[in-house]
Design a protein around this ligand. Structure first.
Ligand code: COI
Length: 378
């Protein structure tokens, strides 16, 4: 038995874009609408494994209309960011997590897995090629979108015998059009995003398409995103494109930072994991964070909308925020729920006492201004 080739950076072919464009001013960027001059493509086939990677001019892919991706949503993706400091140093944040998660998603969809270190090396090369596209203003970065699709030309449902991995890059600022301000969420109870045994815990394209209608309903009612409330108990699970955290003031005086457990319905977000790790290091004393309460506890447990509403009524709801690679940490000031609004406290700067500290610590590690092993040089 011979093993088929994995992704091999040494086989990289580089085709330079001979018609490069100047990157637009950062202030004009709308999230994910402008792309850099180059992209990375790596085809795979069941007979010959991963083919030579190619960095080539950004442009349309040519795909047969029968390709499985178009019919059965054989597509998965990742979201990661690169940062460029004022000295021109380029870094990424915990990219190993994205490589692992992408392989987990690939396995779930019967798409080919790959050596994550090899793909990361190629992504770094792509970023170096288009380095001048990385915005340097605070809050701006290069969003990197690795994607893997099934490209077998066949209408039958099955594991594809051909696939394509590609990576595109987009200079971005804030995810939400209103900028870095608190957002309002609409509690969605009539649709679900995930169910036990489903694919909510994987980063698949198929998890997002059905969320567009609920998001449109939320937008029509004046909310930025929908909040997925699960089951008759109305458990808070995720926001449209983010994980969710709630901060409670407990009767015993403790401040509890809570997020939903990874029960298969929750996306294992890199920002989610980082926020939990920072808070836990603070609590354990491994790395104390100035201005975070000393009486902080962290829980991964289910939270119902009833608990949030009761805490808000009693003045025990400290804050609520979303986390994600695209949105970073995004405070929430209002949740539309069963015809009314639950109001969530925010300080004049739009944040809350816990999210403000976590945001500062997280962004510092992302930008490399706070040294951390999470920051990886490109
Ligand atoms: C991210 O936060 O990077 C995501 O992948 C969410 C995306 C739908 C914008």
């Amino acid at each position: 038995l011979t093993s088929l080739p994995d992704i091999e950076p040494a086989r990289l072919k580089f085709i330079k874009n001979t018609d490069p464009r100047p990157p637009p001013p950062s202030s004009s960027l709308v999230f994910g609408q402008v792309f850099t001059d180059h992209m990375l493509t790596i085809p795979w086939s069941a007979n010959s494994g991963w083919d030579a990677p190619k960095i080539q001019p950004y442009g349309p892919l040519q795909l047969d209309p029968s390709c499985t991706v178009f019919h059965y949503a054989q597509t998965l993706f990742e979201g990661m960011k690169a940062y460029r400091d004022k000295n021109g140093k380029v870094t990424m944040f915990r990219p190993d997590m994205n490589m692992k998660r992408m392989n987990v998603s690939a396995q779930r969809l019967a798409l080919p897995t790959f050596n994550g270190d090899a793909l990361l090396e190629l992504i770094k090369e792509l970023i170096r090629v288009d380095k001048h596209w990385i915005p340097q203003e605070p809050g701006y970065s290069l969003y990197i979108r690795p994607t893997l699709i099934g490209t077998q030309r066949a209408i039958g449902v099955g594991p594809p015998n051909e696939a394509l991995l590609f990576v595109i890059c987009s200079p971005v600022g804030p995810y939400y059009p209103q900028g870095f301000k608190p957002i309002a969420l609409y509690g969605t109870t009539e649709y679900i995003r995930a169910a036990p045994g489903g694919t909510g815990g994987y980063k698949l394209g198929a998890n997002y398409a059905p969320g567009v209608v609920p998001q449109k309903i939320a937008a029509k009612k004046g909310y930025a995103q929908n909040l997925w409330l699960h089951g008759p108990e109305h458990y808070l699970t995720e926001v449209g494109t983010m994980n969710l955290f709630v901060v409670f003031k407990k009767d015993n005086g403790y401040i509890e930072l809570v997020t939903a457990p990874l029960d298969g319905m929750i996306l294992p977000g890199v920002t989610r994991d980082s926020v939990l790790a920072l808070a836990r290091e603070h609590i354990s004393g491994k790395s104390k964070l100035t201005d975070l309460p000393d009486n902080l506890v962290v829980s991964e447990r289910p939270v119902t909308m009833g608990e949030v509403k009761a805490a808000a009524d009693k003045g025990q709801l400290v804050e609520l925020f979303g986390t994600g690679t695209a949105a970073i940490i995004s405070p929430v000031d209002r949740i539309g729920y069963l015809g009314g609004d639950v109001h969530i406290p925010t300080d004049p700067d739009g944040m809350g006492p816990v999210s403000r500290v976590l945001w500062k610590e997280l962004v510092g590690r992302q930008l490399g201004t706070i040294p951390s092993e999470w920051s990886v040089t490109v």
